[in-house]
Design a protein around this ligand. Structure first.
Ligand code: ADP
Ligand code: ZN
Ligand code: ZN
Length: 733
């Protein structure tokens, strides 16, 4: 017999199956990991098919060396998913397979944890011992009784209850035996009481919709605190009762110890957690529990969508709008689409949950492509915190040039006097810089695309990164006639200094990329903050979601406008989500919360709707804008990304591809809305030059056009240039 094997080498030239001979008696199955000879080396590979014929000359076929695991580690469904992902995202097979199994397993560096266990031998030896036992052997008899009652136990546990000498004696008499056994490592979480909760009517209705959505997607739209998590948990419980398994995804950044212990409290050992914060050994063992059916619920970030579970009864994606669900480095894939594939395969529902659904998802729910379940009010009937806007334009007119307005400073003072806590949120700017009028906050935008123009220092020009149109740098603000412009924004550190000057005696915690470079620093800062009253936490996007601080009564958003200045058509949507999410950090428990939003254009519709927590209103405005400007979901954006250390080679590839794309455009004239080759906004990442071809097409023929683009890319591959194709990417930088 022969086996088709995918070898574990991430190289396009060997991205196909290779045939090997299966030695007689080797109990090989599809999905097994094996060791095979490859060239002059021995390489790991994965068996994708077992067959009896091949086109390859018999003398050239080599033998499989060995099987690496006791059982297959890739299940049948995953091979279907492999084909789907290779076709849909144009990925290498091996890159997809690597998503399916933990890297700890592949490298073989993490060993199974073996411990000594104790078990009883056959009944004859026991009877013999019991019949002949004397009075002094009370311990021995108790051990036998204990093992009869409880079954196998770890030696380390048993020796805590009984003297080791007695255990050893029983072993030497053949009554029990001591042997090595694999023990699965388990991550530790704070133990927590689970509270039984009766669902309210809205939650029950949502449950009904979910139960009837086998094989389809339900958008669960509910404000923060409306009880979405309870609905997820009850739905998971239902799936388990039906004898099925479940997957629950949460954005990495919200996967806090708090969230994890809630799941542990409700579902105990049925939960396996797949999280980058675990040790390598824990991660491997949690994954194996799922593979072996010892755990039934996978909880984790994006990659947990590949949990090795079969018979799935439910998939949940919490905070479905979060951009982290779209992988933007190789292998690029869309988690929601993968979830939908698995839901169809297993005929189970997918729940997409959010307080601010992505425009694309809400559009689908309105169109009937998704089912819609709504939780309109908070469980505790508390109002959302009030959002006050501060007009920074007026602040500047009053002579306030700092980052913290006097209004926000006053609120901070009040908060501290009441012995509460405050969070000051700073928007992360990304890599690009914009030109902004210091006085009124005006930022020039492209007349064709409506996106903010990026300032290029080297040629002192403004450029649209979407269409590459160039503009002269302006010296006079068309809005307020001021000549005072600034480039870039203030960093976290600068703002911490400013706050420290205002409140020299108050503890201030800072959380951004610089302060959280080590693994646990992030949790450390947050737990210190949680224990300090009064105090102020200053941070970037990292503090926006998930965390629950009962004593936070004030949230300040220093520079809300920045997310509006992105070169991306999702800028409005992101800003709305951000304001809603950050506001959700205030007033979560007994203390009333309030939010101060600083902006140069507080009347801008995004802020107006966000301040009223009016998602529907915002959605209607935004979807109308997308329609008139021809952006997704009404069109599809495709980006072909080129990167290489060799600038010339990269440019050559871009040109070659671009000329072929233009030919394609001639063929599909009606469908092409836009097509241009430009340098990426981030021109270089880690010594690699980056270019992109941006294409916008109508939806009707998109499948055909994308297939053509894949072919173009394949045919013009240069070894020194990596090329990737993305559809509706979350990130155009
Ligand atoms: P969300 O996920 O929408 O933000 P949660 O599910 O976390 O909301 O619920 C918010 C709070 O309300 C939690 O403390 C939760 O335990 C509680 N809760 C949820 N549903 C109910 C209910 N039906 N009755 C009482 N308390 C509930
Ligand atoms: Zn101005
Ligand atoms: Zn433009």
């Amino acid at each position: 017999m022969l086996a088709s094997v995918i070898v574990d080498i991430p190289n396009s030239e060997v991205d196909r199956v290779f045939d090997y001979n299966i030695p007689i008696q080797m109990p090989l199955l599809v999905g097994h990991r094996v060791l095979v000879p490859f060239g002059s080396k021995k390489i790991e590979g994965f068996v994708v098919e077992i067959k009896d014929k091949t086109d390859i000359e018999e003398s050239k076929i080599k033998d499989i060396i060995s099987i690496l695991d006791d059982e297959p580690i890739i299940k049948k469904e995953m091979f279907n998913l492999l084909d789907y992902m290779v076709g849909r995202y144009h990925l290498r097979k091996i890159d997809v397979i690597r998503l399916f199994i933990p890297s700890q397993l592949r490298s073989g560096k993490v060993k199974k944890l073996l411990k000594f266990a104790v078990g009883l031998n056959d009944s004859n030896a026991i009877k013999n011992f019991v019949d002949n036992a004397n009075k002094r052997q009370k311990n021995h008899l108790q051990i036998i009784e204990y093992l009869q009652k409880n079954g196998e136990i770890l030696l380390s546990e048993l020796s805590k209850i009984f003297p080791i000498s007695a255990i050893k004696k029983l072993e030497s008499d053949g009554v029990l035996c001591i042997y090595q056994k694999q023990v699965k490592r388990s991550p530790n979480f704070a133990k927590k009481e689970d509270k039984k909760i009766e669902l309210n009517n809205a939650q029950k209705q949502a449950m009904d919709i979910i139960q009837n959505a086998q094989g389809s997607t339900v958008l669960l739209y509910g404000v923060t605190g409306s009880g979405k998590t309870e609905v997820y948990m009850h739905s998971i419980e239902q799936a388990i009762k039906n004898g099925k398994n479940a997957i629950m995804l949460v954005p990495e950044i919200s996967l806090t110890p708090q969230v994890l212990s809630n799941f542990k409290a409700r579902f105990g050992d049925m939960v396996a957690i797949l999280h980058s914060g675990l040790s390598a050994g824990e991660r491997l063992d949690e994954w194996e529990k799922l593979l072996h059916g010892e755990a039934k619920i996978a909880v984790g970030a994006r990659s947990a969508i590949f949990a090795p579970l079969d018979n799935i009864g439910l998939i949940v994606i919490d905070e479905e709008h979060d951009s982290s669900y779209t992988s933007d480095s190789n292998p690029r894939y869309n988690t929601i689409e993968v979830a939908q594939f698995r839901s169809k395969y297993n005929n189970c529902p997918v729940i997409l949950g959010s307080a601010t659904p992505s425009i694309e998802s809400y559009f689908k729910a309105k169109n009937g492509e998704y089912r819609l379940a709504t939780l309109p009010t908070r469980v505790n009937k508390k109002n959302m915190p009030e959002i006050h806007s501060v007009n920074m334009y007026e602040a500047v007119l009053q002579g306030e040039y700092g980052a913290i307005s006097s209004h926000l400073a006053g609120k901070l003072d009040e908060c501290i006097k009441n012995n509460n806590q405050a969070i000051i949120f700073i928007n992360r700017r990304g890599f690009v810089s914009f030109l902004t009028c210091k006085k009124c906050g005006y930022t020039p935008t492209c007349t064709d695309c409506e996106v903010s123009l990026v300032y290029h220092k080297e040629d002192n020009q403004l450029k649209c990164h979407f269409c590459d149109k160039r503009y002269h740098v302006i010296n006079v603000c068309p809005n307020c006639k001021s000549r005072d412009f600034r480039v870039g924004a203030m960093g976290t550190q600068k703002i911490v200094e400013e706050i420290r000057n205002l409140f020299p005696d108050v503890p201030i915690f800072r959380m951004d990329n610089d302060t959280t470079s080590t693994k646990d620093s992030h949790i450390e800062i947050l737990s210190k903050f949680a224990q300090t009253k009064p105090s102020i936490l200053v941070g970037t996007q990292m503090i926006a979601k998930g965390h629950d601080f009962p004593n936070v009564s004030l949230v300040g958003i220093v520079d809300a406008d920045i997310s509006l200045h992105q070169t991306d058509f999702r800028a409005n949507e992101r800003t709305f989500q951000l304001v809603t999410q950050v506001a959700g950090r205030a007033g979560r428990a007994d203390v009333e919360g309030e939010v101060v939003l600083q902006s140069y254009k507080p009347k801008y519709y995004v802020y107006r709707y966000a301040s009223n927590y009016d998602y529907e209103g915002f959605y209607e405005r935004e979807i109308a804008l997308r329609k008139t400007t021809n952006f997704p979901p009404f069109t599809t954006i495709i980006r072909i990304l080129f990167s290489s250390e060799d600038k010339e080679k990269a440019l050559q590839s871009v040109q070659e591809c671009y000329s072929k794309v233009l030919e394609l455009k001639d063929r599909y004239m009606q469908d092409f809305n836009f097509c241009k080759a430009v340098a990426c906004p981030v021109k270089r990442i880690k010594t690699k030059y980056r270019y992109q071809i941006l294409i916008k097409i109508k939806n009707e023929n998109k499948e055909k056009i994308i297939k053509n683009i894949y072919t173009i890319v394949d045919n013009s591959r240069d070894k020194k240039v990596s090329v990737f194709v993305e559809t509706n990417p979350q990130n155009l930088s």
